[in-house]
Ligand binder design. Structure first.
Ligand code: SME
Length: 154
């Protein structure tokens, strides 16, 4: 994906998130647009923080066994604790990893933040090893910020 394509995708997602009637539909649009646009995104989902659990919201890809993840578990839980994006090049070498699909090789988790508070996270798996880098972070962190603005309304 070129930088121009990425800018176009960000623009499309910004419009879709702004036009969505509520945060749930905004999240659905985001996972669909990301999955359709980026070939190395095999599974795209959003977890919402409810109390001390991450609850799976909209996703595109195979159903995950991890529909509720307690804080402190998984790479998803670690991203909440660290309040920062986590990139794992080789999920099978990371003891935190909770397996979703045997085909998954790498993962990125981007927290959706309101100030210092974590509201949820964008979680993306790839069947390609070390699929995620700075370009993915530069795409996904602004999208997480757009979603955070919609969470604020509810
Ligand atoms: N791999 C995640 C669990 C979610 S599935 O990938 C959908 C983790 O380790 O937290």
């Amino acid at each position: 994906m070129t930088d121009v394509d990425r800018e176009d995708l960000l623009t499309a997602i910004r419009s879709a998130v702004a036009a969505a009637p509520a945060v749930e539909s905004a999240m659905q649009q985001v996972v669909r647009l990301l999955k359709d646009a980026v070939p190395h995104y095999t599974w795209v989902g959003i977890y919402v923080l409810e109390g001390d659990e991450l609850v799976l919201g909209p996703f595109v890809g195979q159903p995950s066994p991890h529909t509720r993840i307690p804080l402190g578990r998984g790479i998803c839980g670690a991203a909440v604790t660290e309040k920062a994006t986590i990139v794992v090049d080789d999920v099978n070498a990371d003891p935190r990893y909770l397996a979703c699909s045997l085909d998954t090789k790498s993962e990125i988790v981007v927290p959706i933040m309101r100030g210092a508070e974590v509201l949820g996270e964008i979680d993306i798996d790839s069947d390609r090893p070390a699929a995620f880098g700075e370009r993915d972070r530069a795409l996904l962190e602004p999208i997480a910020a757009m979603l955070a603005d919609r969470f604020d309304e509810d």
